[in-house]
Design a protein around this ligand. Sequence first.
Ligand code: HEM
Length: 183
Amino acid sequence: MPVPLIVHAAGGEGPWRIDRIDPVIGASLPWAPRLAVTGGDAGGSGPGAAWVLRSFTSNTRYTERAELDALTARQEGLGRPAATRAALIPIRKTAAWWALAQDERRAVFEAQSRHIAIGLDYLPAVARRLHHCRDLGEPFDFLTWFEYAPEESDRFEELVARLRATPEWDYIDREVDIRLTWD
Ligand code: HEM
């Protein structure tokens, strides 16, 4: 059974209006006015697509039981009517990151960077989904997706600023920040 692919296609169509595309680390992505998110079988990449990113969801790698329970107790799902703002943040990690052992990566991710502890401060206002794409040979390793209400925009900026200041981000060599509005 092949892994079901999720396709993020930027172009002239799609329910999400692209408000801005900012390069945070490394090269940006080309401008387009709209974003469509579809299952791979539905196509999603019209002939005029500015860019297409393919990914899949997977099991967790680093989350421990107590963290999983805390996340599950607080998090809300995607598609909430009030959450009309979204962020698509594609990220690539360095060769040095991928050369680490699993326990070393976990140490950077949580013991040093407090990624989950920081993230929990922003639940349930922010809903999220992590997509993997490294194993597909895509230009990014992860596509991170977040949805929040307009009045939570400042808090979301605070969240990304806190995470970008952590040691985990020393292992990121490409990051693009794409902000969207559902209209
Ligand atoms: C991974 C939580 C915000 C980027 C993870 C994981 C958790 C998590 C639990 C680990 C999944 C696993 O065990 O495999 C959260 C929470 C957030 C948040 C609760 C608050 C809403 C963010 C933001 C970004 C981000 C704002 C980007 C700017 C990533 C990346 C990974 C990840 C790239 C994959 C790391 C890797 O596997 O090397 N997040 N996160 N997260 N998160 Fe977050």
